[in-house]
Design a protein around this ligand. Structure first.
Ligand code: ATP
Ligand code: MG
Ligand code: FE
Length: 352
């Protein structure tokens, strides 16, 4: 199956062509991403109206580019997938409406993909991970631990009760005067810093439900920063290192808890799958490798460019759904809010 995938839920405009073979393996033929980071940088965060306008301006061009670099025409694809949510509604409308128009014009099936499902399934493209697995989704907008037992079979084990982890990275960076987006900046500064200098909290540590809470950690960083202001470069590095060390501990503890819960449910995870932009962080990857190995499983993490928002993950999720006969009609509505638990699946989930 050849799928065109379209992603416009946040601040990346993306289109990609992906092939899925009958044996469940996949190949990316093209994957074009245009990040709007610069357009939002001066505001220190994503401005929804600017985002939707930028999607409108560039999306047609990116789709043409994705087809051209894959060396195919629209007539050759078997389906057109677009992220139908959750996300900034203006952007979702742009991507989904474009997909509907192309599906109608080219007489192809439409697959309305849940953006979170796409993050969840990416490891099946890159690492051939069979069900069941534990998904740790950590991005700018989401922090969740999900037991994935099939397409459309997502059981949320825990999530954040306040900020997302990527958001905590971004807010901490902003507070310390580092540029947006903050995640990579904090990671870079942390490499040069002393993680033991500041004692920061690890909220919900040891709690039996794998939920997260980040706002207390963020506040603690602010209080430490205020105490020593004005901040030298060394102070900033040490604060970043201490913050990142806290995040690493929190992720390890909460993920261990979720792995235990899965085993209690009789589900032996074939992998711990890390997805979302925070998955690009090396310290996070390192600790989760260990957490997975300690639990007798392995860490599967897509390459960084497939951890952050992209079109290939949408095309792949579209292919996984189309392979099981799951398509959507042209009346499908875009959704700002769309929890994974509400994604519909196949009646009989195909093995592997
Ligand atoms: P969504 O939550 O809807 O998936 P998003 O665009 O916020 O949307 P991603 O593009 O997956 O999510 O990830 C962006 C987030 O990842 C940002 O918060 C960014 O700071 C964070 N991030 C990126 N690289 C790193 C890094 N090296 N270390 C820590 N955080 C990072
Ligand atoms: Mg993004
Ligand atoms: Fe995302």
């Amino acid at each position: 199956l050849l799928l065109l995938g379209i992603e416009t839920t946040c601040d990346e405009t993306a289109a990609a062509i992906v092939r899925r073979r009958g044996d469940g393996s996949g190949t990316i033929l093209s994957n074009v991403v245009r990040s709007q980071t610069e357009a939002h940088a001066e505001y220190g965060g994503v401005v929804p109206e600017i985002a939707s306008r930028a999607h409108v301006e560039i999306l047609d061009h990116l789709i043409a580019l994705a087809l051209r670099s894959a060396g195919i025409t629209l007539a050759q694809v078997d389906g057109i997938a677009a992220a139908a949510g959750p996300g900034l509604i203006g952007g979702v409308i742009v991507g989904l409406t474009t997909a509907k128009a192309l599906a109608l014009a080219a007489n192809k099936p439409l697959i309305a993909v849940n953006h979170l499902e796409a993050h969840a399934l990416t490891a099946r493209l890159t690492d051939k991970v069979p069900f069941p697995f534990l998904l740790l989704l950590v991005s700018g907008g989401h922090t969740q631990l999900v037991a994935v037992t099939g397409i459309g079979e997502y059981t949320k084990l825990g999530g954040t009760i306040d900020d997302a982890i990527g958001e905590a990275f971004d807010k901490t960076a902003k507070m310390l005067g580092l540029p947006y987006p903050g995640g990579p900046e904090v990671e870079r500064a942390a490499l040069k810093g002393d993680a033991s200098r500041f004692a920061l909290p690890r909220p919900l540590h040891g709690k039996p439900v794998p939920d997260f809470s980040l706002s207390g950690l963020k506040t603690a960083v602010r209080q430490e920063a205020l105490k020593i202001a004005p901040l030298s470069d060394e102070d900033v590095n040490d604060l970043c290192a201490s913050f990142q060390a806290a995040i690493v501990d929190i992720l390890a503890d909460r993920t261990r808890c979720a792995l235990r819960l899965m085993l209690q449910k009789g589900l032996k995870p074939n992998a711990l799958v890390l997805a979302g932009g925070v998955g690009a962080n090396q310290a996070v990857r390192r600790v989760l490798h260990k957490v997975a190995a300690d639990a007798g499983t392995r860490l599967a993490v897509p390459p960084p460019e497939l951890c952050t928002d992209n079109g290939a993950m949408i095309a792949w999720a579209g292919a996984e759904r189309l392979a099981r006969g799951l398509t959507d009609d042209l009346g499908t509505a875009p959704r700002a809010r769309w929890p994974l638990g509400e994604v519909e699946g196949a009646n009989s989930s195909a093995p592997g």
